[in-house]
Design a binder for this molecule. Structure first.
Ligand SMILES: Nc1nc2c(ncn2[C@@H]2O[C@H](COP(=O)(O)OP(=O)(O)OP(=O)(O)O)[C@@H](O)[C@H]2O)c(=O)[nH]1
Ligand SMILES: [Mg+2]
Length: 447
């Protein structure tokens, strides 16, 4: 079973775990450990990742996520870190890139893709045909070169790759970037090792990138290590990610070479190259299509709570804020969770915590039936106005009164927020202060 499948199974366990049950969590974490260890990931790292997951499983929750989602997100973040961080933009002005890798990993195709990528960004690029083993390797490159309009530097008669590089470098000044292809090799074969080492010494590339097929699986780890020890690999490219393979070996490759994935190949054409996105990749190997939306949800939730807090802190608690607050909290989960987070849970009556879609809709209709002036000055709402609003919104006067009561309760509670300095909210200390403030006011009561 490859790393991809193992990880997916571990994630599946995490997803199904009840999280009230310590043994279930521990079991899921163990499975994750097994998956990582079998991919030759350093034991220290494995333990770090497990600790992160366990911590998330027992720690208090951020707004908007339930326990399961929180654990999945933390796991994702830990794995993304292992892949060299969430975002690794490729270098902007590389001068020399050497591509190395096993037979058929996609080096030659990728040479074309990278050349195209940088040519599109205004660089004058040349490709060195440094593969003298594969029959018709030069022709293959020449065809690619024609397609992308990039010159190929090579010599059909020369069998020594080092000499080809030496010759090509004489023209180096003409180009901003030289991308060098190499022959596919088993990195553990000593003869081939010598060959590529000589070529590497001649070329002196600042970038030596290892090209790996997404279908390589467990083989990736050993080979990556050997290539890295031999040449000092400082970047990884995963090809054929468009196929059915999950590309689990990439995790191990990144770890072995201590270098990030810069690009992934997603097809056979020169434009089928994407800069790497750890989240997209992890969604794939973890078989969790919703990961992206989960992360968006987490971000949205924290954004929403921030925006609301800032508006509230300014003391502008209007009907609009009221509605927004209810709507946001509905999206984020039960209102009492948010109130709890703000240290308000004990102070607010129970009915305030419960807000369903039906009630929200009614509030919306009522608000739509109010004039701007009424929205800004709720004290204007006398009996005749209330009667008008009820009629206009298809609700009863009693329902309008109940909504007003709820609004006033909340308005009063949030007046306390004014005492919090706005800058505190921006630097994240606001929440702490807020909790302290309300914790002190144990006797605070809403009538
Ligand atoms: N679907 C798909 N196919 C790819 C991708 N990258 C490479 N290929 C295909 O994989 C096969 C091998 O690609 P090459 O570029 O010739 O690989 P190589 O590493 O140069 O191979 P050798 O020179 O023989 O070691 C070809 O059929 C390519 O079209 C990719 O990202 N997606
Ligand atoms: Mg090739």
């Amino acid at each position: 079973m490859g790393l991809g499948e193992q990880l997916r199974e571990a994630m599946e366990k995490l997803r199904r775990a009840t999280f009230t049950d310590k043994t279930a969590i521990k079991e899921a974490v163990k499975q994750m450990q097994r998956a990582l260890i079998s991919a030759d990931v350093d034991i220290k790292l494995v333990l770090e990742i497990s600790k992160t997951i366990e911590k998330a499983a027992f720690a208090s929750l951020p707004p908007g996520l339930n326990r399961r989602e929180h654990v999945l997100k933390e796991t994702h973040d830990a794995l993304a870190e292992l892949l060299g961080g969430k975002s690794n933009p490729p270098p902007e002005n590389p001068k020399r890139i050497l591509l190395v890798g096993l037979f058929g990993s996609g080096k030659t195709t990728t040479c074309g893709k990278i050349a195209k990528y940088y040519a599109k960004r205004g660089k004058k690029v040349g490709i060195i045909a440094g593969d003298t083993f594969r029959p018709a390797a030069l022709e293959q490159l020449q065809q690619i070169g024609e397609k992308i309009d990039v010159p190929i530097l090579g010599n059909k008669k020369e069998k020594n790759a080092q000499k080809i590089v030496k010759e090509s470098l004489k023209q180096a000044k003409e180009f901003d970037l030289l991308v060098c292809d190499s022959a596919g090799r088993d990195a553990l074969d000593t003869e081939l090792q010598k060959e590529i080492k000589h070529m590497h010494n001649e070329f002196e590339p600042e970038h030596t990138w290892l090209v790996l097929g997404a279908d390589m699986g467990q083989l990736a780890s050993k080979q990556s290590k050997a290539f890295h020890e031999l040449l000092g690999v400082n970047g990884v490219i995963i090809t054929r990610l468009d196929g059915s393979a999950k590309g689990g070996g990439a995790l191990a490759a990144c770890h072995q070479t201590k270098s990030p994935v810069f690009f992934v190949g997603t097809g056979e054409n020169p434009t089928d190259l994407q800069s790497f996105d750890a989240t997209r990749y992890l969604s794939r190997i973890m078989g969790y299509g919703d990961l992206q939306s989960l992360l968006e949800k987490a971000q949205e939730a924290s954004l929403e709570s921030e925006i609301d807090l800032q508006a509230l802190a300014k003391g502008q608690f209007t009907f609009e804020t009221f509605y927004q607050q209810l709507e946001a909290t509905k999206k984020m989960g039960p209102l009492d969770k948010v109130m709890d987070l703000m240290g308000l849970k004990q102070q607010l009556p129970k009915e305030l915590m419960e807000v369903g879609q039906e009630k929200l809709d009614k509030f919306k209709f009522m608000m739509d039936s109010m004039s701007q002036k009424e929205k800004q000055n709720p004290e204007l709402l006398n009996n005749s106005r209330i009667s008008r609003i009820a009629k206009g919104s298809g609700t009863t006067q009693e329902e309008v009164r109940s909504m007003l009561k709820q609004f006033k309760h909340m308005q009063k509670a949030f007046k306390k927020l004014k005492k919090i300095d706005e800058t505190d909210l921006q630097d994240g200390k606001g929440m702490e202060k807020l909790q302290k403030l309300f914790a002190k006011k144990k006797k605070f009561k809403i009538r």
